[in-house]
Write a protein that binds this ligand. Structure first.
Ligand SMILES: [Fe+2]
Ligand SMILES: [Fe+2]
Length: 204
């Protein structure tokens, strides 16, 4: 119980998992450019996960289908947070239309999604956070930080579903509406990424 009251939201300044991976492939621009790149990346992820969710349902992979739907919803939260910051400077900004994708096989969709999430959490977002810190843009640091931390949990959930593809779980996934964190199972507490209370989490 004491742990609950002492909960602290992780930050880029105090956490120890914000290093940029060696051999980074992220093209870092200004924070405004990075926000737009993040919107584009998240828009692609959202569209991919929607497609993969439907394909998994058609193939009878209910757990994978629900996880893809939950992650698609989580990426929409990131798109909204990042779009809002771009629009504070460019009110007419609209994000790109996603490129359509197709699903080859659900195991490949899951492992590919995990790889994408790992790229975002270990390369793209920590690179963007570093730049936003240099610019003194606290709002961008916070938005990128929430997304970065949520993506690591997405990767974990995708690998878990990959391992369970032939022995699936019917446990519910819950999405934090503030930051896009995904929890699996009914033992939900405060969001470990942003501290939101679990009552508002959305079930999948
Ligand atoms: Fe994600
Ligand atoms: Fe959260």
């Amino acid at each position: 119980m004491a742990q609950q009251t002492q909960f602290q939201v992780p930050t880029a300044d105090q956490s120890h998992n914000f290093n940029v991976v060696a051999g980074s492939t992220t093209n870092v621009g200004t924070t405004l450019e990075n926000l737009k790149a993040a919107v584009a990346g998240e828009t692609g992820a959202n569209a991919k996960y929607e497609t993969f969710s439907k394909a998994a349902a058609d193939r009878g992979f209910d757990q994978a289908s629900r996880l893809f739907a939950a992650a698609a919803a989580a990426e929409r939260i990131h798109i909204a947070l990042e779009t809002k910051l771009v629009q504070a400077q460019e009110p007419d900004f609209k994000g790109p239309e996603p490129t359509p994708v197709s699903s080859e096989a659900t195991d490949l969709d899951l492992i590919g999604a995990a790889l994408g999430e790992i790229h975002e959490t270990s390369d793209m977002y920590p690179s963007f956070i570093r730049r936003a810190q240099e610019e003194g843009d606290a709002a961008a640091v916070q938005v990128f930080t929430r997304a970065k931390l949520a993506e690591a949990f997405h990767a974990e959930r995708y690998l878990d579903a990959y391992n369970q593809i032939d022995n699936p779980s019917d446990e519910t996934y819950y999405v934090c509406p503030v930051c896009g964190y995904i929890h699996k199972g009914s033992d939900i507490g405060r969001c470990p990424v942003c501290g939101a209370m679990p009552q508002a989490f959305k079930a999948f």
